[in-house]
Design a protein around this ligand. Structure first.
Ligand SMILES: [Zn+2]
Length: 385
């Protein structure tokens, strides 16, 4: 259901995609209007008329959901965030922001822009429907429907649970009051999970009392809200833990340095097997020449190890990916993942000051997460990069 977006347009530099689930919702909305709603209210309409008006109303509904998302996206862009794409899916849409908001005020304006737009659309639609009443049945039918749905959309989105807009508004208010992004996220996702449970149980209640379809919808939306609120809480938490760590916080300073002329046999015996180093730095005095790893050594047959100097087998420094000591740990983590690196030398003022290994990096991140979970560390939210 998620992640299979069909690109349909590009507006203000933002890619607009519809999820496959939207085609299903579009068909369901058109059918409900053409086959159930309109025939009851306008019995004089032909089947063809009802379907035409139903499809037009469904298309306009799609347009208003897009306007809601565009409102979020344009406010975000005006505040300097990047918005690569908007996905429209079964419950509405998602604007993908390039990063988390950097202040409570920023989050509040981005989050509130969507529901505010839906309320405006609802008001305008009801006005048009009123004006068309008794003059044009088609306009009246379409706009009273748009007014109703946009009102419901605004109300649903304003429920104060994460990840709904109302949850973000709630988070921004708590964030502003407490100055703690993490605390605010915890509260807002907790409320989101509680709302999810509420809807889930309401749905089960409906099913027990015989309202099967409504019950399934409520339960499904509840379950969706609950898991989304949990996931959002966790990812923000991990991001806020990582945002505080730099390369120098996760590097090891007890890396081994060997001279360029040392034989592979000696490096293996003295550093790799007995020292437990999977990589050593090859340097002459202060001058780093490269890195010699276990996989570099394994390219040569064991019998040749005593005759091959480290310099010959090493990866020269020009081909080694390095990071600066002040690089955020989350960037190092991405670099390691993307390039499948086992180790990254850390430089400060051009001098090598440490080595980050993939295994140690993961251990450190996990440890930092455990400590933060105990309340030892406090994060104040991601900052503008
Ligand atoms: Zn929204």
């Amino acid at each position: 259901m998620f992640g299979r977006g069909i690109p349909i347009a590009k507006l203000f530099g933002i890619r607009i995609e519809i999820d496959l689930s939207w085609l299903f919702v579009f068909a369901l909305v058109s059918w409900t209007l053409a086959d159930r709603v309109f025939p009851e209210e306008y019995p004089n309409w032909s089947e063809g008329t009802a379907w035409t008006v139903g499809i037009v109303a469904a298309l306009l509904l799609f347009g208003t959901v897009l306007l809601h998302e565009l409102a979020h996206a344009l406010v975000a862009k005006a505040r300097g965030l990047t918005v690569p794409k908007i996905s429209l899916f079964i419950f509405g849409g998602v604007s993908h922001l390039g990063r988390q908001p950097s202040s409570a005020r920023e989050e509040f304006s981005i989050a509130a822009a969507g529901p505010a737009t839906s309320i405006l659309i609802a008001g305008a639609s009801i006005g048009i429907a009123f004006a068309a009443s008794g003059r044009n049945e088609y306009l009246e039918a379409i706009f009273s429907y748009l007014g109703f749905v946009n009102g419901v959309l605004a109300a649903f989105n304003l429920l104060p649970g994460f990840p709904l807009d109302g949850g973000r508004v709630l988070r921004s208010i708590i964030w502003g009051r407490t100055r703690s992004f993490r605390r605010a996220t915890e509260v807002a996702s907790g409320v989101g999970v509680a709302f999810g449970y509420g809807l889930l149980f309401a749905g089960l209640g409906f099913i027990l009392f015989g309202y099967l379809i409504n019950g399934i919808w409520f339960a499904f939306i509840g379950w969706f809200l609950m898991s989304a609120a949990r996931a959002e809480g966790q990812s923000v938490f991990l991001e806020s833990v990582l945002a505080r760590l730099r390369a120098r916080d996760v590097m090891s300073t007890d890396f081994a340095v060997v001279p360029p002329g040392m034989s592979l046999a000696q490096v293996v015996d003295e550093y790799m097997v007995s020292g437990g180093h999977r990589a050593v730095v090859v340097a002459l005095g202060d001058q780093v020449e490269g890195i010699l790893t276990v996989s570099d050594v394994r390219r040569y047959p064991r019998a040749e190890w005593p005759h091959i100097p480290a310099r010959q087998a090493m990866t020269p420094k020009e081909r080694v990916i390095t990071v600066d000591a002040s690089t955020p740990a989350i960037q190092v983590l991405m670099l390691v993942g993307q390039n499948r690196l086992n180790q990254v030398p850390v430089l400060e003022d051009g001098r090598m000051v440490g080595l980050i290994t993939r295994r140690e990096l993961l251990d450190r991140v996990q440890l930092a997460g455990e400590l933060a979970a105990n309340g030892t560390a406090e994060a104040n939210g991601p900052t503008r990069a």
